[in-house]
Design a protein around this ligand. Structure first.
Ligand code: DOR
Length: 432
């Protein structure tokens, strides 16, 4: 199968420029990128990319696809379709499923289910058995089965000794510890950030230190063990400061931030409505500013959505009772393009790199680049098309988003994984 993508503005990471070029894709590989490729006669399909940008397939290293165990919220199939619609070609699933991804059998059964998925589905193994924080999983076996790192995401590892043991093991396996940072004794059953909104509505708050204490503790543990330590969904300004300081000493500490923490703060929450409930919670204004600054100066390495679907019924029970989490895969790029690039906070190449090349290289994955000889993972985006976010149109089973009715532009229009089209808004073909 030979496919040509014609006349798009192709992103060149080396120069940071968009150059009008054609791409020739043979089976799963990009075989040529050049101006005006003359191959109309021999190709099976020509896709018209006029007025579109073409970027590497987006990469989200923090998603919850809920399978096995919570298929009413999402499945690998619906989650991966949501990802493809959002322009993603590679995702990494968190292990807080039922059973937890803590054995080789579970890793293998997810791999099997993911064979037909619309994205490449990578996964993490749990740090502790059933994410209970007590006994380490067989990290060696999990690594051999192909997990890309270790995390108890959804909960923090409460004891320092257990985290240190896990880091030593992760270091010997050359894989990262990907930490959900939350000290339960400080978070104490809170449901929103301990700030303006919590006070106004008399809701139990989660203070910044609940996160930052773990970040500080773990940076020290990673320093002594030599492990690669990665902070999940960083949200507090103190955590940003700690990561910045660790990086300045040359330590291998990395971090990710979500679109919602970059775009919203607790004062934006209109009313106690669980569509605005996630963990970590939307923080204060100064935190949001620190996250943006951290993303700009490279303290925060990349963007991940923490796509966390829940059913409408689960989210309808109020701020205190509802589960934490919002969906993110189908709205991340247009939201960030509209609110960070169009406002001059990031350049378009910066945003693209933080959603492709940087997550890939941070975790040593061979994706995230458009070049001859590379796997044909790519996304075509219409930067000008403006559309209102309509959760009813989501491919995800989750409708839980605070961004309903936001008007944003920069929508992915076609996604290709391994040379196969996994999603297309309205495929404009010239041939085939
Ligand atoms: O908001 C969240 N939802 N944060 C987490 O850490 C877990 C996730 C979930 O699994 O729903």
């Amino acid at each position: 199968m030979l496919i040509m993508i014609k006349g798009g503005q192709v992103y060149d990471r080396e120069t940071g420029e968009f150059v009008k070029q054609d791409l020739l894709i043979e089976d799963h590989q990009i075989v040529r990128i050049a101006k005006d490729i003359q191959a109309t006669d021999i190709v099976d399909q020509i896709i018209d990319a006029e007025n579109r940008i073409i970027v590497p397939g987006l990469i989200d290293l923090h998603v919850h696809f809920r399978e096995p165990g919570f298929e009413q919220k999402e499945t690998i199939m619906t989650g991966s379709m949501a990802a493809a619609r959002g322009g993603y070609t590679t995702v990494a699933c968190m292990p807080n499923t039922r059973p937890v991804i803590d054995t080789v059998e579970t890793v293998q059964s997810i791999k099997k289910r993911a064979e037909e998925a619309a994205t490449r589905v990578l996964m993490y193994g749990a740090i502790t058995v059933r994410e209970l924080g007590e006994n380490l999983t067989d990290m060696h076996e999990l690594a051999e089965a192909g997990v890309i790192g270790f995390t108890d995401d959804g909960v923090g590892v409460q004891t320092s000794a257990k985290m240190k043991e896990a880091m030593k093991k992760a270091k010997s396996l050359n894989l990262p510890i990907v930490a959900h940072c939350e000290d339960n004794s400080l978070a104490k059953g809170g449901c929103v950030h301990e700030g303006v909104f919590a006070k106004q509505h008399d809701l139990p708050g989660i203070p910044n230190e609940a996160e930052a204490i773990h970040v500080g503790r773990d940076i020290l543990l990673a320093e002594s063990t030599g492990a690669h330590y990665h902070v999940c969904h960083i949200s507090a300004k103190e955590s940003v400061r700690l990561v910045r300081e660790a990086k300045s000493r040359g330590q291998k500490v990395t971090a990710e931030v979500t679109p919602h923490h970059l775009l919203l703060c607790d004062e934006d929450i209109p009313a106690p409505d669980a569509m605005w409930k996630m963990n970590p919670p939307l923080r204060g204004k100064a935190d949001r500013e620190a996250l943006i600054e951290g993303l700009q100066d490279g303290t925060i390495d990349f963007i991940a959505t923490d796509h966390a679907p829940h059913t409408t019924a689960e989210k309808a029970v109020g701020m205190k009772q509802a589960p934490f989490g919002i969906v993110g895969l189908e709205t991340a790029f247009p939201l960030l393009y509209t609110h960070l690039v169009c406002t001059g906070i990031l350049t378009l190449p910066q945003l693209i790199d933080k959603m492709t090349y940087i997550p890939a290289t941070t975790f040593g994955l061979p994706f995230g680049e458009l070049a001859e000889g590379k796997t044909a993972d790519l996304t075509m985006i219409d930067l000008h098309h403006e559309q209102v976010i309509d959760p009813e149109r989501f491919h995800s089973k989750g409708r839980n988003t605070p961004f309903k009715d936001w008007k944003v532009k920069g929508w992915p229009v076609l996604t290709m994984l391994n040379g196969k089209i996994t999603w297309s808004e309205s495929k404009k073909t010239i041939k085939g």
